[in-house]
Design a protein around this ligand. Sequence first.
Ligand code: TXA
Ligand code: MG
Length: 328
Amino acid sequence: MARHHSSNIRPADDDDALREAIAALRAGQLVGMPTETVYGLAADATNGEAVARIYAAKGRPSFNPLIAHVADLEAAERLVLFDPVSRRLAEAFWPGPLTLVLPKRAGAGVSDLATAGLDTLAVRMPSHPAAHALLKAFGRPVAAPSANRSGHVSATTAAHVAEDLGSAVAIVLDAGPSHVGVESTIVAATPAGLALLRAGGLPREAIGAVAGMPLAIVDLTDPEAPTAPGQLASHYAPGAMVRLDVEEVFPGEALLAFGLELPRHAENAAVTINLSERGDLIEAAARLFSALRELDGKAATIAVAPIPTTGLGEAIVDRLRRAAAPRP
Ligand code: TXA
Ligand code: MG
Protein backbone atom coordinates (compact mmCIF):
# COMPACT_ATOMS: atom_id res chain seq x y z
CA MET A 1 0.00 0.00 0.00
CA ALA A 2 1.20 3.48 -0.84
CA ARG A 3 2.42 5.50 2.14
CA HIS A 4 0.34 8.62 2.50
CA HIS A 5 2.33 11.66 3.58
CA SER A 6 -0.80 13.56 4.41
CA SER A 7 -4.36 12.65 5.23
CA ASN A 8 -5.86 14.93 2.59
CA ILE A 9 -6.27 12.20 -0.04
CA ARG A 10 -9.99 11.58 -0.60
CA PRO A 11 -11.91 9.37 -3.01
CA ALA A 12 -12.88 11.38 -6.10
CA ASP A 13 -16.32 9.75 -6.27
CA ASP A 14 -17.25 10.92 -2.75
CA ASP A 15 -19.74 13.82 -2.91
CA ASP A 16 -18.41 15.39 0.30
CA ALA A 17 -14.86 15.30 -1.05
CA LEU A 18 -16.02 16.97 -4.27
CA ARG A 19 -17.78 19.69 -2.28
CA GLU A 20 -14.66 20.26 -0.18
CA ALA A 21 -12.52 20.47 -3.31
CA ILE A 22 -14.84 23.10 -4.80
CA ALA A 23 -14.83 25.07 -1.55
CA ALA A 24 -11.02 24.94 -1.54
CA LEU A 25 -10.86 26.27 -5.12
CA ARG A 26 -13.31 29.05 -4.24
CA ALA A 27 -11.08 29.97 -1.27
CA GLY A 28 -8.02 30.25 -3.55
CA GLN A 29 -6.47 26.99 -2.33
CA LEU A 30 -4.88 24.19 -4.35
CA VAL A 31 -6.51 20.87 -5.23
CA GLY A 32 -4.97 17.68 -6.62
CA MET A 33 -7.17 16.96 -9.64
CA PRO A 34 -7.14 13.59 -11.42
CA THR A 35 -7.19 13.78 -15.22
CA GLU A 36 -6.78 11.08 -17.87
CA THR A 37 -3.25 12.29 -18.68
CA VAL A 38 -1.61 13.09 -15.31
CA TYR A 39 -2.77 14.58 -12.01
CA GLY A 40 -3.08 18.37 -12.09
CA LEU A 41 -2.29 20.91 -9.38
CA ALA A 42 -5.49 22.90 -9.71
CA ALA A 43 -6.33 26.48 -8.77
CA ASP A 44 -8.96 29.06 -9.75
CA ALA A 45 -7.45 30.50 -12.96
CA THR A 46 -9.24 33.82 -12.39
CA ASN A 47 -7.57 34.34 -8.98
CA GLY A 48 -4.00 35.65 -9.33
CA GLU A 49 -2.96 34.77 -5.80
CA ALA A 50 -4.32 31.24 -6.15
CA VAL A 51 -2.28 30.88 -9.35
CA ALA A 52 0.80 32.27 -7.57
CA ARG A 53 0.37 29.48 -5.00
CA ILE A 54 0.74 26.92 -7.80
CA TYR A 55 4.19 28.24 -8.69
CA ALA A 56 5.15 28.46 -5.02
CA ALA A 57 4.06 24.86 -4.37
CA LYS A 58 5.83 23.50 -7.45
CA GLY A 59 9.01 25.38 -6.65
CA ARG A 60 9.17 26.57 -10.27
CA PRO A 61 12.16 28.83 -10.79
CA SER A 62 10.27 30.65 -13.57
CA PHE A 63 6.68 31.32 -14.61
CA ASN A 64 5.60 29.01 -17.43
CA PRO A 65 2.17 29.76 -18.78
CA LEU A 66 -0.47 27.32 -17.52
CA ILE A 67 -3.31 25.41 -19.18
CA ALA A 68 -6.87 26.55 -18.41
CA HIS A 69 -9.07 23.49 -17.91
CA VAL A 70 -12.78 23.72 -18.72
CA ALA A 71 -15.81 21.44 -18.50
CA ASP A 72 -17.27 22.06 -21.96
CA LEU A 73 -16.88 23.85 -25.28
CA GLU A 74 -19.10 26.76 -24.20
CA ALA A 75 -16.71 27.47 -21.31
CA ALA A 76 -13.75 27.37 -23.73
CA GLU A 77 -15.56 29.76 -26.10
CA ARG A 78 -15.76 32.31 -23.30
CA LEU A 79 -11.96 32.26 -22.94
CA VAL A 80 -10.49 32.01 -26.44
CA LEU A 81 -11.23 32.68 -30.11
CA PHE A 82 -11.52 29.54 -32.24
CA ASP A 83 -10.59 29.54 -35.92
CA PRO A 84 -12.38 26.91 -38.04
CA VAL A 85 -9.57 24.33 -37.90
CA SER A 86 -9.11 24.61 -34.14
CA ARG A 87 -12.85 24.24 -33.71
CA ARG A 88 -12.75 21.05 -35.77
CA LEU A 89 -9.93 19.71 -33.59
CA ALA A 90 -11.87 20.55 -30.43
CA GLU A 91 -15.00 18.88 -31.75
CA ALA A 92 -13.05 15.78 -32.78
CA PHE A 93 -10.82 15.33 -29.74
CA TRP A 94 -12.48 16.99 -26.74
CA PRO A 95 -12.90 15.89 -24.12
CA GLY A 96 -9.43 14.33 -24.23
CA PRO A 97 -5.64 14.77 -24.14
CA LEU A 98 -5.42 17.74 -26.52
CA THR A 99 -4.52 21.30 -25.47
CA LEU A 100 -5.16 24.15 -27.91
CA VAL A 101 -3.23 27.45 -27.71
CA LEU A 102 -5.51 30.15 -29.09
CA PRO A 103 -5.90 33.95 -28.96
CA LYS A 104 -7.25 34.94 -25.56
CA ARG A 105 -10.54 36.82 -25.55
CA ALA A 106 -10.61 40.30 -24.08
CA GLY A 107 -12.32 39.96 -20.73
CA ALA A 108 -11.61 36.22 -20.45
CA GLY A 109 -10.97 36.88 -16.79
CA VAL A 110 -7.98 34.53 -16.56
CA SER A 111 -5.16 35.92 -14.39
CA ASP A 112 -2.19 37.42 -16.27
CA LEU A 113 0.04 35.22 -14.14
CA ALA A 114 -1.63 32.06 -15.52
CA THR A 115 -0.79 33.14 -19.09
CA ALA A 116 2.58 34.63 -18.06
CA GLY A 117 1.38 37.84 -19.67
CA LEU A 118 0.79 36.31 -23.12
CA ASP A 119 -2.10 37.21 -25.43
CA THR A 120 -2.73 33.53 -26.06
CA LEU A 121 -4.25 30.97 -23.71
CA ALA A 122 -3.84 27.20 -23.62
CA VAL A 123 -7.19 25.45 -23.07
CA ARG A 124 -8.08 21.86 -22.51
CA MET A 125 -11.19 19.86 -21.72
CA PRO A 126 -10.17 16.71 -19.81
CA SER A 127 -12.17 13.52 -20.36
CA HIS A 128 -11.73 12.15 -16.85
CA PRO A 129 -15.17 12.06 -15.14
CA ALA A 130 -13.73 13.31 -11.84
CA ALA A 131 -12.09 16.29 -13.55
CA HIS A 132 -15.27 16.96 -15.48
CA ALA A 133 -17.41 16.87 -12.33
CA LEU A 134 -15.06 19.27 -10.53
CA LEU A 135 -14.84 21.71 -13.45
CA LYS A 136 -18.57 21.62 -14.11
CA ALA A 137 -19.51 22.27 -10.49
CA PHE A 138 -16.81 24.92 -9.97
CA GLY A 139 -17.93 26.80 -13.06
CA ARG A 140 -14.71 28.74 -13.62
CA PRO A 141 -11.55 27.91 -15.59
CA VAL A 142 -9.00 25.95 -13.58
CA ALA A 143 -5.26 26.42 -14.07
CA ALA A 144 -3.44 23.14 -13.55
CA PRO A 145 0.11 22.14 -14.32
CA SER A 146 1.18 18.58 -13.66
CA ALA A 147 1.06 18.02 -9.90
CA ASN A 148 4.73 17.35 -9.31
CA ARG A 149 7.47 19.49 -7.85
CA SER A 150 9.51 21.24 -10.52
CA GLY A 151 12.07 18.86 -12.00
CA HIS A 152 10.31 15.71 -10.77
CA VAL A 153 8.42 13.32 -13.02
CA SER A 154 4.72 13.98 -13.48
CA ALA A 155 2.32 12.60 -10.90
CA THR A 156 0.03 9.83 -12.12
CA THR A 157 -1.42 8.77 -8.75
CA ALA A 158 -2.87 10.64 -5.79
CA ALA A 159 -0.01 9.33 -3.63
CA HIS A 160 2.55 10.92 -6.00
CA VAL A 161 0.77 14.25 -5.55
CA ALA A 162 0.78 13.97 -1.78
CA GLU A 163 4.43 12.90 -1.72
CA ASP A 164 5.54 15.81 -3.90
CA LEU A 165 3.29 18.57 -2.64
CA GLY A 166 2.12 17.47 0.82
CA SER A 167 0.34 20.16 2.76
CA ALA A 168 0.48 22.66 -0.13
CA VAL A 169 -2.66 20.99 -1.49
CA ALA A 170 -5.87 21.36 0.51
CA ILE A 171 -7.22 18.08 -0.85
CA VAL A 172 -6.22 15.45 -3.41
CA LEU A 173 -9.05 13.73 -5.23
CA ASP A 174 -8.01 10.10 -5.71
CA ALA A 175 -9.33 8.39 -8.83
CA GLY A 176 -6.61 5.77 -9.18
CA PRO A 177 -3.78 5.88 -11.70
CA SER A 178 -4.11 8.25 -14.70
CA HIS A 179 -4.71 5.96 -17.65
CA VAL A 180 -2.96 7.97 -20.38
CA GLY A 181 0.05 8.62 -18.15
CA VAL A 182 1.69 11.35 -20.27
CA GLU A 183 0.64 14.98 -20.58
CA SER A 184 -1.71 16.30 -23.26
CA THR A 185 -0.51 17.08 -26.77
CA ILE A 186 -0.23 20.86 -27.20
CA VAL A 187 -1.09 22.45 -30.53
CA ALA A 188 -0.94 26.17 -31.30
CA ALA A 189 -2.90 27.77 -34.11
CA THR A 190 -0.55 30.27 -35.79
CA PRO A 191 -0.81 32.31 -38.97
CA ALA A 192 1.59 29.79 -40.55
CA GLY A 193 -0.52 26.79 -39.59
CA LEU A 194 -0.67 24.40 -36.70
CA ALA A 195 2.40 24.02 -34.52
CA LEU A 196 2.99 21.02 -32.31
CA LEU A 197 4.34 22.58 -29.09
CA ARG A 198 4.47 19.36 -27.12
CA ALA A 199 4.02 15.74 -28.11
CA GLY A 200 1.65 14.02 -25.72
CA GLY A 201 -1.30 11.73 -25.18
CA LEU A 202 -2.90 12.39 -28.58
CA PRO A 203 -0.79 11.28 -31.56
CA ARG A 204 0.12 13.96 -34.09
CA GLU A 205 -1.10 11.75 -36.96
CA ALA A 206 -4.63 11.85 -35.54
CA ILE A 207 -4.49 15.63 -35.38
CA GLY A 208 -3.12 15.93 -38.91
CA ALA A 209 -5.89 13.70 -40.27
CA VAL A 210 -8.63 15.90 -38.80
CA ALA A 211 -6.88 19.20 -39.61
CA GLY A 212 -6.53 18.25 -43.28
CA MET A 213 -3.62 18.46 -45.71
CA PRO A 214 -3.24 22.19 -46.28
CA LEU A 215 -2.13 22.70 -42.70
CA ALA A 216 1.46 21.77 -42.06
CA ILE A 217 2.25 20.65 -38.56
CA VAL A 218 5.38 22.50 -37.50
CA ASP A 219 7.35 20.52 -34.99
CA LEU A 220 9.30 22.95 -32.85
CA THR A 221 11.44 20.13 -31.53
CA ASP A 222 12.74 19.55 -35.07
CA PRO A 223 15.72 21.87 -35.61
CA GLU A 224 15.16 21.64 -39.40
CA ALA A 225 11.59 22.91 -39.16
CA PRO A 226 11.01 26.37 -40.64
CA THR A 227 9.68 28.54 -37.86
CA ALA A 228 9.14 32.26 -37.94
CA PRO A 229 11.22 33.80 -35.15
CA GLY A 230 9.16 35.33 -32.42
CA GLN A 231 5.93 33.90 -33.75
CA LEU A 232 5.62 31.45 -30.93
CA ALA A 233 7.49 33.49 -28.37
CA SER A 234 6.39 31.94 -25.12
CA HIS A 235 7.29 34.95 -23.03
CA TYR A 236 5.77 38.37 -22.80
CA ALA A 237 8.44 41.05 -23.21
CA PRO A 238 7.63 44.68 -22.44
CA GLY A 239 8.50 47.31 -25.04
CA ALA A 240 10.14 49.49 -22.39
CA MET A 241 13.70 48.97 -21.16
CA VAL A 242 13.87 47.29 -17.77
CA ARG A 243 16.45 48.30 -15.15
CA LEU A 244 16.81 45.93 -12.19
CA ASP A 245 17.81 46.35 -8.54
CA VAL A 246 17.66 50.13 -8.76
CA GLU A 247 18.93 52.12 -5.81
CA GLU A 248 17.85 55.42 -7.34
CA VAL A 249 15.01 56.38 -9.70
CA PHE A 250 15.84 58.72 -12.60
CA PRO A 251 13.41 61.39 -13.79
CA GLY A 252 10.60 60.06 -15.97
CA GLU A 253 11.16 56.36 -15.25
CA ALA A 254 8.28 54.09 -14.31
CA LEU A 255 8.89 52.54 -10.89
CA LEU A 256 8.03 48.95 -10.06
CA ALA A 257 8.30 48.92 -6.27
CA PHE A 258 8.22 46.15 -3.68
CA GLY A 259 7.63 46.60 0.02
CA LEU A 260 7.55 49.82 2.01
CA GLU A 261 11.18 50.76 1.44
CA LEU A 262 11.41 52.66 -1.85
CA PRO A 263 14.60 53.38 -3.84
CA ARG A 264 16.11 56.87 -3.53
CA HIS A 265 14.34 59.62 -5.47
CA ALA A 266 11.18 57.56 -5.91
CA GLU A 267 9.46 60.91 -6.38
CA ASN A 268 11.21 61.12 -9.79
CA ALA A 269 9.01 58.32 -11.11
CA ALA A 270 6.40 59.27 -13.73
CA VAL A 271 4.26 56.42 -12.47
CA THR A 272 4.68 53.85 -9.67
CA ILE A 273 3.15 50.46 -9.06
CA ASN A 274 3.95 48.61 -5.85
CA LEU A 275 3.87 44.83 -6.37
CA SER A 276 3.20 44.36 -2.66
CA GLU A 277 3.44 47.05 -0.04
CA ARG A 278 3.42 44.41 2.67
CA GLY A 279 6.32 42.61 0.98
CA ASP A 280 4.33 39.46 0.18
CA LEU A 281 5.84 37.52 -2.73
CA ILE A 282 2.57 35.66 -3.49
CA GLU A 283 0.76 38.97 -3.89
CA ALA A 284 3.70 40.34 -5.92
CA ALA A 285 3.64 37.36 -8.31
CA ALA A 286 -0.09 37.71 -8.79
CA ARG A 287 0.39 41.35 -9.86
CA LEU A 288 3.64 41.06 -11.83
CA PHE A 289 2.44 40.71 -15.43
CA SER A 290 -0.45 43.15 -15.21
CA ALA A 291 1.90 45.66 -13.57
CA LEU A 292 4.46 45.26 -16.40
CA ARG A 293 1.70 45.76 -18.96
CA GLU A 294 0.42 48.81 -17.21
CA LEU A 295 3.84 50.46 -16.86
CA ASP A 296 4.86 49.56 -20.40
CA GLY A 297 4.17 52.49 -22.70
CA LYS A 298 4.01 54.98 -19.84
CA ALA A 299 7.79 55.39 -19.73
CA ALA A 300 10.83 54.43 -21.80
CA THR A 301 12.35 52.60 -18.83
CA ILE A 302 10.88 50.57 -16.01
CA ALA A 303 13.02 50.84 -12.87
CA VAL A 304 12.60 47.79 -10.65
CA ALA A 305 13.30 47.92 -6.93
CA PRO A 306 15.29 45.06 -5.35
CA ILE A 307 13.14 41.95 -4.81
CA PRO A 308 14.20 39.09 -2.53
CA THR A 309 15.06 35.87 -4.38
CA THR A 310 13.58 33.54 -1.79
CA GLY A 311 10.37 31.56 -2.44
CA LEU A 312 8.42 32.97 -5.39
CA GLY A 313 10.93 35.82 -5.55
CA GLU A 314 13.22 33.56 -7.57
CA ALA A 315 10.59 33.24 -10.32
CA ILE A 316 9.68 36.92 -10.17
CA VAL A 317 13.32 37.97 -10.54
CA ASP A 318 13.90 35.35 -13.27
CA ARG A 319 11.00 36.84 -15.23
CA LEU A 320 12.24 40.39 -14.72
CA ARG A 321 15.79 39.42 -15.79
CA ARG A 322 14.37 38.01 -19.03
CA ALA A 323 12.38 41.20 -19.51
CA ALA A 324 15.58 43.19 -18.97
CA ALA A 325 17.74 41.11 -21.32
CA PRO A 326 18.89 42.79 -24.53
CA ARG A 327 16.56 42.01 -27.44
CA PRO A 328 17.47 41.20 -31.03
O1 TXA B 1 -1.98 16.79 -19.56
C1 TXA B 1 -1.72 17.96 -19.27
O2 TXA B 1 -1.64 18.85 -20.12
C2 TXA B 1 -1.53 18.28 -17.78
C3 TXA B 1 -2.85 18.02 -17.08
C4 TXA B 1 -2.81 18.37 -15.62
O3 TXA B 1 -3.90 18.68 -17.74
N1 TXA B 1 -1.06 19.61 -17.59
C5 TXA B 1 0.22 20.01 -17.92
O4 TXA B 1 0.51 21.33 -17.62
O5 TXA B 1 1.03 19.25 -18.43
P1 TXA B 1 2.01 21.90 -17.55
O6 TXA B 1 1.89 23.26 -16.94
O7 TXA B 1 2.92 20.95 -16.88
O8 TXA B 1 2.40 22.09 -19.05
C6 TXA B 1 1.78 23.10 -19.83
C7 TXA B 1 2.64 23.49 -20.99
C8 TXA B 1 3.87 24.27 -20.59
O9 TXA B 1 5.01 23.70 -21.19
C9 TXA B 1 3.63 25.66 -21.14
O10 TXA B 1 4.81 26.27 -21.58
C10 TXA B 1 2.66 25.41 -22.27
O11 TXA B 1 1.87 24.34 -21.83
N2 TXA B 1 1.78 26.56 -22.49
C11 TXA B 1 0.77 26.98 -21.71
N3 TXA B 1 0.20 28.10 -22.19
C12 TXA B 1 0.85 28.39 -23.33
C13 TXA B 1 0.74 29.43 -24.31
N4 TXA B 1 -0.16 30.41 -24.19
N5 TXA B 1 1.59 29.41 -25.36
C14 TXA B 1 2.50 28.41 -25.49
N6 TXA B 1 2.66 27.41 -24.60
C15 TXA B 1 1.86 27.40 -23.54
MG1 MG C 1 4.66 19.65 -16.26
